[in-house]
Each structure stands twice: as C-alpha cells, then as structure tokens.
Ligand binder design. Structure first.
Ligand SMILES: [Zn+2]
Length: 400
C-alpha cells in the first residue's frame, strides 16, 4: 500500500442518472493520507487548474471523465471533463472555506451522530464523572455512565488509543460517546454513536467504519469509572515507554530480532525524522518524531541489509548533504550507505515502500527460513505503522 491523498465528491452518471459519490486517490499532492473535500484548500499556492481523472459508476459501470476545479488552490467544483476543457479555471469562483465539512458537521449535529476533533494538542485525558456535562456536536450531554477501555494484555498496544466511553443523554436522546486520544499526535477525538456498548466482533473490525457504531475493539473490557479521573497523561506514557525501552536493552533472542523502542545493544535503529534543510546536515538538524524500532545487527546484516542497500539513494539531497565529524579531520560529507560510524542513512517513504515490497516478495517465496520470514514481516509491519502514524516526517533514518 503506497501513500496518497483522496478527493471526495459527487457527480451525476450520464449513463444511468445516479448520483455517484467518488473517492479519487491521488499522488499529485502531499501523499499524507489527507482528505480533500469541496471547499478545502488542497494547494498552498495560489494555483488555478483542473485535476483530471476517470471514474467508473458503481451502478452501471459507465466510465466518466471528470475534472476537479482548483481556484486559488481551493477545490471549488466537479465538472465533466468535456465541459472543463472549454472553461478557464481562473474564471471559477471561490466558495466557502471547508463548505463540505461544514455541511457534514451541521448534519452530524442535527442527527446527534458523528465525529468531532477537539482543538489543539492534549497532554492528558481526564474522564468526567456521572452528572457532568460534556459539549460535543453543539449539544450539552449529561453523563450517565463512565467507563474506560481496558485492552487485552499486550494486544496491539501500539495502535490502541486511550479511550473513555460515556453513556450520555441530551434532549431525550441517548447516545454512547467515545473520547480517545492519539498518544503520538496528542489529538483528542469525540465519536457520538448509537447507544450500544457491545464491542465490535472481529468481522466488524475489518469492515468499513460505521459512524453509528461504537468502535470498541474485540476482547476489550469496559471498566466502570463513576467518579471519573485521569486515565492517561503524556508524561507517564513517556516514562512507561522509557521503562519498556530500558528493560529491553539487549532484548533480542533467537525468536525476537526486532522490537519497538531503543535497544542499547548491537542494533540498527530506524525512526521517522524531520530534516532541517541546509548546506550540511548534521545530527542537530535531524529531529526524531515518534516511535523508534530496533533491529538486531546480525539479523539486519544477514537478512535485511541487501534490501536496504538496493533502495538506498546516495544522490538523494538529504543523503548527499550528510556531514560528519566522526573522523579526525575537519569533517567530511558522507557518500554511501554508512555502516561503520554512527551516522544516519535517509530513506524517503517512497523508497521504504519499495523495500517493503521487496521483502514482501521474499517473504512470499521460500528463499528465507521460517523464523527469518516471521521477523521480516514484523519489521515490515512496524515500518508501515511508522509511516501511517507519522505522515509529517517524510524520511526514515536508519543508523547502526
Ligand atoms: Zn451509472
């Protein structure tokens, strides 16, 4: 799976007359899994153009050529391509910023069902208590029951976000409100759904997200918390991660060649980074964001090195500008994939995806031992998670 952005919108199928809601994946923009809806600014520049694509009607399978009009960087409309060809994008009119999102939000408020993102970043998640009022979707909800979600021990702990569940009531409407925080981005989300506390079944987990349904993971336990209180805070979380990391110093074994966190032993470390551009790139210009994975050195050299070398691009700007003072000279630029000294090798997300593809091909053939394959798949999954959780980073640094 490569990264992309998605245009959402609708058009009328000329063949069968149905209104088609399309999702057009594009690689022309930031490839950050952004959603573009009518009224969104998709380009930071002041550009005017048509974005052209074809779409197949899910009803009658007729293929229609469509053009999305971009005016001053804003997604302002969907047109049939044949009409757009005779139009000047400079003559399109700008519309309300975030029009489609505002319409969707109005509808969610009216139906008292839907998602809302809290503003800003949050360092803690505190549960309200029974009788308190919570304002979500322009409604003041009276809290009737408070729970926090206990995930099964050790299960998908990386992807399970700390969550509070309320049973709440407003204007004689009963709802379940899920409040969760993404510990990496510190963003807080509300999900108001129908009054049903049944965790998802494992089949439902793989279906499309249902806005009406609470999204409690299978096997989770809801623990009653009538008095409310703090269920997560960033500082404790960090301490926990550091504790796990230090406990896992030299944690590799024959069955475990890759871990999340920092292994202080003979390891190769991979992490998403944001790089400050300049004439020289030194470690002070490289900012680590989010999770790190450590891979046992000998496993990396024997099994993974080949794939990483194959897709390492020494001509990539940020690789060419790497500057080291590790030698007893005045400092020098690095030229290749560096393994001898403690310096970083940069990979774009695109090249990491190539590496993943390369390893997936190996994993599906019989060229490696069973154990190697299991650990290789683990590294693949961790790299995918990294890119998904930290779209802002753009590079992964590999250092041994
Ligand atoms: Zn049709």
């Amino acid at each position: 799976m490569g990264m992309f952005d998605t245009f959402y919108g609708k058009y009328t199928c000329e063949h069968c007359g149905k209104t088609v809601e399309f999702e057009e994946q594009t690689k022309d923009f930031k490839n950050c899994l952004l959603d573009f809806k009518l009224g969104d600014y998709v380009d930071l520049g002041d550009k005017n153009y048509f974005y052209n694509f074809t779409y197949e009607c899910p009803e009658c399978h007729a293929v229609t050529e469509l053009s999305i009009g971009i005016r001053n960087g804003q997604y302002v409309g969907v047109f049939l391509a044949e009409n757009a060809r005779n139009m000047d994008p400079k003559e399109l009119e700008n519309i309300e910023n975030g029009l489609q999102r505002r319409i969707e939000y109005d509808k969610m408020c009216e139906e008292k069902l839907g998602l809302e993102e809290a503003e800003g970043m949050h360092d803690e998640l505190i549960a309200l208590k029974v009788g308190d009022i919570l304002k979500v979707l322009r409604t003041a909800w009276m809290i009737l029951e408070v729970y926090y979600v206990k995930y099964p021990e050790g299960k998908r702990s990386l992807l399970c976000h700390p969550t509070i569940i309320y049973r709440a009531e407003a204007d004689s409407v009963n709802r379940v409100i899920e409040v969760s925080i993404n510990p990496f981005t510190r963003k807080l989300y509300y999900h108001v759904c129908k009054d049903n506390l049944e965790p998802l079944s494992s089949e439902e987990c793989y279906k499309d997200f249902d806005i009406n349904r609470c999204s409690i993971e299978p096997d989770s336990i809801l623990e009653k918390l009538p008095e409310g209180g703090s269920i997560w805070n960033a500082e404790e979380d960090l301490e926990k991660i550091e504790k796990i990391s230090s406990e896992r110093c030299n944690s590799f074994s024959d069955n475990c060649r890759a871990i999340v966190g920092h292994d202080y032993g003979a390891a190769v470390w991979m992490r998403p980074v944001i790089i400050e551009d300049g004439e020289k790139i030194m470690s002070s210009n490289v900012h680590e964001v989010g999770m790190e994975i450590s891979v046992d050195s000998s496993f990396f050299n024997d099994v993974l090195l080949d794939g990483f070398m194959k897709f390492f691009d020494p001509e990539l700007d940020v690789n060419k500008k790497r500057f080291t003072r590790a030698f007893s000279d005045g400092g020098r630029f690095l030229t290749g994939f560096e393994r001898e000294i403690l310096e970083q090798n940069f990979f774009t997300y695109e090249s990491i995806k190539e590496i993943i593809k390369y390893f997936e091909d190996i994993a599906s053939s019989n060229e490696a031992g069973k154990l190697e394959i299991a650990e290789m798949i683990k590294v693949i999954e961790l790299l995918k998670t990294m890119m998904k959780c930290f779209p802002e980073a753009k590079y992964i640094s590999v250092m041994s």
